[in-house]
Design a protein around this ligand. Sequence first.
Ligand code: UN1
Length: 509
Amino acid sequence: MTSTAPPTTDELRARAVTSLHSIGVTLPEGDDLPARTPLTGEHLFVLAAATDADADAAIAAARAAFLTWRTTPAPRRGELVRRLGELLREHKSDLADLVTIEAGKIRSEALGEVQEMIDICDFAVGLSRQLYGRTIASERPGHRLAETWHPLGVVGVISAFNFPAAVWSWNTAVALVCGDTVVWKPSELTPLTSLACDRLLARAAEEAGAPSEVHRLLLGDRAVGERLVDDPRIALVSATGSTRMGRAVGPRVAARFGRSLLELGGNNAAIVAPSADLDLAVPAIVFAAAGTAGQRCTTLRRLIVHRDIADTLIERLAAAYAKLPVGDPFDDTTLVGPLISAAALDAMHEAVTRVQAEGGEILAGGNRRLAGAAPAAAYIEPVLVRVAEQSDVVREETFAPILYVLTYDTLDEAIALHNGVPQGLSSSIFTRDQREAEIFLSAEGSDCGIANVNIGTSGAEIGGAFGGEKDTGGGRESGSDAWKAYMRSATNTVSYATELSLAQGVSFL
Ligand code: UN1
């Protein structure tokens, strides 16, 4: 396969300017925060990072806004999110352009990311009328027990480059209807997308009559994130990123009794059983492993295949990998765009070298592409590699398109391999055997927060709760009842009796 070269940096800059203008963004010009594109690896603009004083002012403004926002009726709060969803529909293409330019996603996945934002806005608008608490039967006559959900405070959102817009929207749309305000520290690799999201929300607030301070954006590096982590005015820190980052964030927030919601690394696996429908499994596996250039936290990184079908499946996968178009993500025929940076490419090379030294056999991929046309960019063919055992390198998350193939003989063995890694985000089994599928989904099966049957590990819908166990951090975002993390509950005991009665049969006075 030949690779289509990306547009020039000047062309990408012009395209970014068109999208930013259409959305209404004015760039904060400065000299300390470069906005770059992985398509060419070059700088587009240099922006200004937030200072410590900016961070302090943003947190103070969001805290002050919380005091009024929390008493705004939830369905009214939903109107703000509804307007945001409408603006996202209107600017879907503009925002997707920025996602492609900054994160390197192919067009279809960039549009999918914005669709995911629209979906969560719809979900959150519905939720704004469904923040239900339970009524509980009291043990005492003339008493009523109830659970009430109240807004929590300012939510600090720390997000990663790979979903530069959608992860913000999962947190922000839900937090806003829950009555919280938000201060956002996006990845320093995707400032333009963040500015566009912030602007769309500011416009939605203006048009919906909500205070603009319900949301504050802080561009900058790790130090800005640390401000959010340590500031007692931030009630909840919702952080997406590496396990290393989560290990630093979790204890620091806990030390001040703040709440954290961590969505960290994954090392997602799929088991392919002998009865699997391979016509379904092959494209599902290739999308999950090579899609987004292997840079989703839900990316499929380990394939655990029954020995009887291993050769057949490997042959089919290797053939599909050999045909994967790698190159310009704006080209409609491309399926794999660039890695985010040269450092990501180095990490990928290092992992592949280690696994080869252990006897791993490269079955497909691994060649660099477009090194002449875009020398500062990191285009690479996704790698398929057969390994004999689940060694340390296989047990680590390398944020790149490497799929390790392991074989198994019994389902017990497959599940043990599957769960034998530190992370626990997403998982799947391909089988037509209902018993196997149910065992995989049961308490003795997958230990992940997401467990699928006959569909890959990535590309979860927003309606379910999203997150994982073990080193993935334990948080749940997005749908289902994940909203409860953004609120505080109060248990109310109300007596309408004429005589005092104490619980547990205690008598006094
Ligand atoms: C992430 O990679 O941080 O399930 C989020 C998925 C997407 C979200 C991924 N809906 O792959």
